[in-house]
Design a protein around this ligand. Structure first.
Ligand code: SD4
Length: 307
């Protein structure tokens, strides 16, 4: 066993790390601490692409994706296009704990949540409603307009040297087509944990993460002996080699985090702007990221000039 290490994504990952750290210091298990950290972001209405207050799909309905994986047993549970649950990570965990399945989607996921006692709650805040109304008013012909604020996932991964956990939760790409499933609930894409090696998770444009099966690819590179930073750099580098023209033109961000079972951390992103908060031994800091692989072409910020 080692002193637990937790890694998360984006600025709200500090909240996740803080909450997970408190839970660990209170004697909770690594899994419970990581769940608590994830839930703290899900319930934060200012986290506009996660859980409660997340941006809705094109029809104005919030549909969330989440995954929870234990690396010691390879147990995993996930939900996709789940409606009306403010803490989707808890439902994902229940899928693993109460069923023999790994992924429940849509209406079936909702019914499972009902059966498990999760109330059907409102997911909208005044802000998420207003953002959707504005998007409709602007003309919904470009059904996916990737403003950088329109997508971000909370990933919380960690290790105590024996267990490795990956938790991932998001409302996905804002204004996505109803029923669209991103990378977050897909095992190996949005997250992966294998306690013989470590854990990894992804945020960014899910379609790109799925193509690369990015989290599994990072774990496999670590298994082959690469440092977590190098493993991530290698996976992102392959994405650029194969898809650089598309990624650049659309400014499709992808960022990855990883932790090796001995607590060594890695992170990296295609474009600038990503941060990876870390909790270790009561300390909180941000992982020093390698330089981004792609340069931002600010033209992408003009909606009229895109797609
Ligand atoms: C998705 N990967 O649904 C998620 C969203 C995200 O940063 O993380 N964006 O595609």
């Amino acid at each position: 066993m080692i002193e637990p290490v937790i890694v998360s994504t984006w600025a709200w990952g500090h909240t996740a790390c803080r909450r997970a750290g408190e839970a660990l210091r209170g004697g909770r298990s690594l899994a419970d601490a990581i769940e608590a950290g994830t839930v703290a972001v899900e319930l934060d209405p200012t986290a506009t692409t996660v859980g409660y207050g997340g941006l809705p799909n094109a029809e104005g309905v919030v549909e969330t994706d989440a995954m929870f994986m234990w690396g010691s047993t390879l147990e995993v549970g996930a939900v996709a296009a789940l409606r009306g649950v403010r803490t989707p990570i808890r439902v994902a965990r229940r899928v693993a704990e109460r069923t023999h399945h790994v992924l429940l989607a849509g209406e079936g996921a909702r019914r499972f949540a009902d059966a498990e006692g999760f109330p059907d709650e409102g997911m909208h805040t005044a802000n998420s409603r207003a953002r959707h109304a504005r998007w409709v008013a602007e003309g919904r012909s470009r059904f996916v307009r990737r403003d950088h604020e329109d997508h971000d996932t909370v990933c919380v991964i960690g290790t105590d040297g024996a267990e490795c956990i990956a938790a991932v939760s998001t409302s996905g790409l804002g204004f996505k087509l109803p029923g669209r499933v991103g990378d977050s609930p897909l095992i190996g894409a949005g997250g992966y944990a294998d306690a013989e090696v470590g854990a990894a998770a992804a945020t960014g444009v899910g379609e790109e993460v799925i193509r690369a099966v990015a989290s599994f690819a990072v774990v496999e590179r670590m298994r082959a002996g690469m440092h977590p930073d190098a493993a991530i750099g290698s996976v992102l580098g392959e994405m650029v080699r194969r898809r650089g023209h598309v990624l650049r033109a659309r400014h499709d961000q992808v960022a990855l985090i990883a932790v090796r079972r001995d607590g060594v951390v890695g992170a990296g992103a295609l474009f600038e702007g990503f941060v990876a908060p870390v909790y270790r031994a009561g300390e909180q800091f941000e992982h020093a990221l390698p330089p981004p692989l792609l340069e931002s072409d600010r033209a992408w910020m003009d909606p009229a000039g895109r797609d």
